[in-house]
Ligand binder design. Structure first.
Ligand SMILES: [Zn+2]
Length: 230
């Protein structure tokens, strides 16, 4: 079988989804050079980091982190585009695996019980074919082993684009977007909400609103990327 895959590799070389370089056998979607070159959000490992600060006074969270710095035109933007809009499921799982290592290194998520991917609306997931946050979770558990809860927190409302809205309008837009089907399943649990990119935090806040009545629930947040303040 290896002989056959080598043969097809010569005819159709696999390319890095960020820089276009030909991948070697062990590389998955992203070349080692790009992986090393992605801008890490190193300050987001510590307590009171800029991701956590985004939620101060808004929602009570245990800990929050993001691995990459998103800026317009940087490699993270290309990567997120691949994961969200270009159907690159392998890149999402590869980056989830890296995010799992990051979460472990943070040392602040050791008592997390369950991973919860931020859900997409059913129609959007059907159209895209997958939920990128779920794929991130599938990668995370390769390096940070926890059960994944997919389908308990669900998205029941589609929203208009968040662009061109101020913070208050964004929050109004997000009201009643998510719903928790089984509160008991999350009682006295520490959940890690997994997202692809955090900008204003309005999506996370809306997820919290759907879960705030659950007894003894603790919430932490891990995102692949974080965007600067808007
Ligand atoms: Zn590359």
């Amino acid at each position: 079988m290896k002989y056959i895959s080598d043969f097809f590799g010569l005819l159709f070389p696999r390319k890095c989804c960020i820089c276009g370089a030909t991948l070697v056998e062990f590389e998955k979607s992203i070349c080692s050079g790009c992986l090393l070159d992605l801008p890490l959000a190193d300050t987001a490992k510590n307590k009171n980091n800029n991701v956590e600060q985004r939620f101060f006074g808004r929602i009570p969270i245990e800990a929050a982190t993001a691995m990459l710095n998103f800026k317009h035109g940087n490699k993270v933007q290309t990567l997120l585009h691949q994961i969200k809009y270009a159907g690159n499921e392998e890149a999402a799982i590869t980056m989830g695996r890296q995010l799992g290592i990051w979460i472990t290194q943070c040392g602040r998520f050791d008592d997390v019980d369950i991973l919860v991917p931020v859900p997409l609306h059913r129609s959007k997931e059907r159209k895209r074919g997958y939920n990128q946050s779920m794929l991130l979770c599938k990668g995370i558990i390769q390096t940070f082993q926890r059960p994944i809860s997919n389908g308990n927190l669900i998205r029941i409302k589609k929203t208009d684009s968040q662009t061109n809205k101020n913070r208050e309008e964004r929050l109004n837009n997000m009201e009643g977007v998510f719903c928790l089907l089984d509160e008991k399943a999350f009682e006295n649990k520490h959940i890690l909400l997994v997202d692809d990119v955090i900008t204003t935090g309005a999506t996370t806040e809306a997820c919290y609103m759907a879960m705030e009545k659950v007894e003894g629930l603790k919430i932490s947040i891990a995102s692949l990327a974080v965007a600067g303040y808007i």
